[in-house]
Write a protein that binds this ligand. Sequence first.
Ligand SMILES: NC(=O)c1ccc[n+]([C@@H]2O[C@H](COP(=O)([O-])OP(=O)(O)OC[C@H]3O[C@@H](n4cnc5c(N)ncnc54)[C@H](O)[C@@H]3O)[C@@H](O)[C@H]2O)c1
Length: 471
Amino acid sequence: MGVPALTVLLVSYFLNSSTGTRQSCSPKVSFLRPYHHLVNMPPNLKVSADNTVISLLPNEHDNRGEARFHCAILGCGMMGQEHISYIKGYSRDIRIDFLADPFAPSLEESQKVMEEFRRKEGGDDHQPTILQSEEELLQHVNDIDLLVIASPNFMHTDTLVRWGKHDLTILVEKPIAVSQEQMDQLNELRQDPEFKARVWVAMEYRFIPAIAKLLSLVPSTIGELKMITIRENRYPFLHKIGTWNRDPKKTGDTLVEKCCHFFDLFRLITGQEVHLPRVRALAQRGLNYHGEAPLPGVERPIIDSAYVVMPFMGDGSEPPSVTTTTETIGCLELCMYAEGSRHQEEIIVTGTKGRLEAYLPENKVFAFERPSMELWEDRSIPPPPSSVKQTVYDCFNVKDVHGISNEELPTHAGYHYSSTAVEWYRLLQAMKQHAKTGIFVPDVSLDDGMRAVEVGLQASAAIVNEQGKRS
Ligand SMILES: NC(=O)c1ccc[n+]([C@@H]2O[C@H](COP(=O)([O-])OP(=O)(O)OC[C@H]3O[C@@H](n4cnc5c(N)ncnc54)[C@H](O)[C@@H]3O)[C@@H](O)[C@H]2O)c1
């Protein structure tokens, strides 16, 4: 595709994003983002007066031909290894040149994962350079096309600041910040004229098949979206290297650490921003992790469970009213002492004409249409079951849901319902597009990552049963 044709495509992409339109019931899922993306474009792009999307970056990879991208993994624990396992499935496009982690067992385990998936997925046995620190890795910045940041949460912002002025792509794990101070740092970075890196935030819940399917059905099947509930009922956080995930200051606490995924989905599914000043929350702490030794400097346990309620801001054309009762409203329910719950995640979206329910790990979406006056005539009795039209979408096949062909998508029995495989597929597509055109369009931008954290921070500050008890 020539550059002018691509430009037209991209312009229409951004303009569609600006209205929040989504693809209707096609099996292939589109990832159009809420309206504000037109004004908050990736910092390396701008829209000219004639609505053309222009890259502000030099196009250094134009001549790379079929060369593979060179990748570095910073932080080689559980999530770093999940990324490695999928990268090995894309060996034609990318190779891992560096592994960096101060903890030797993580490096050893990562090398084993590389070898295991090289055997399963094929590809060469190119051996990466092994490094113990980010500082050493930074010395190789000019040899790296893609940096994967999978270190503990509190390190992400500083790493982004250190690498952001270099011409490379960064896949940064969620959450991208753990405090307002770090959000301020990222805001400064975004405005820095020297900020060049192309950032994609790893929030792969967007690509979980049942969630992606639900997204493709909103709003055509349900009319105007009015209510959204996201419930997660699961087992407690797993043990992490150095126990960093038991310290609210290192994780941002649970409403940031875990729930940034859900706040991202609230925004994506509604196509609206949360009205932050009116967020309210109730939370519980100290129910999990009883047998663990107290951690030095940690004053209180992380959140184990919470309810968060929030109104949304509409299409942003009018200031949100505090009196309206028909605005879209949302509720998050999190319970992390719910081993064995029937559904680990549920997303329920209700509109004026119907309702969508997505369940995991069942990986199905149920769509219900409200009955017409004709089908439910006698309103003195409940609607007859036949009057409610129900459609069930079984989303077990991730490739079908995403319209990706078999050869193109490696999937294996990893975590996250193969959504990390789709994340890599789409990230590599975006990197190839950038290599050809100089234009990089992330599915999950730095702005998306920051907004999800922003809601998490606001929800933590709005916990009403802990007023006056903050550390
Ligand atoms: N997207 C998701 O669904 C998802 C799921 C799990 C974890 N995560 C995120 O991935 C990140 C890593 O989590 P994890 O579960 O792999 O934790 P982990 O504890 O298993 O791994 C973290 C690794 O980072 C290393 N590390 C510590 N300090 C470092 C430094 N200065 N430089 C480089 N590496 C350093 C540790 O030694 C460890 O190997 C976290 O931000 C977490 O929130 C995301």
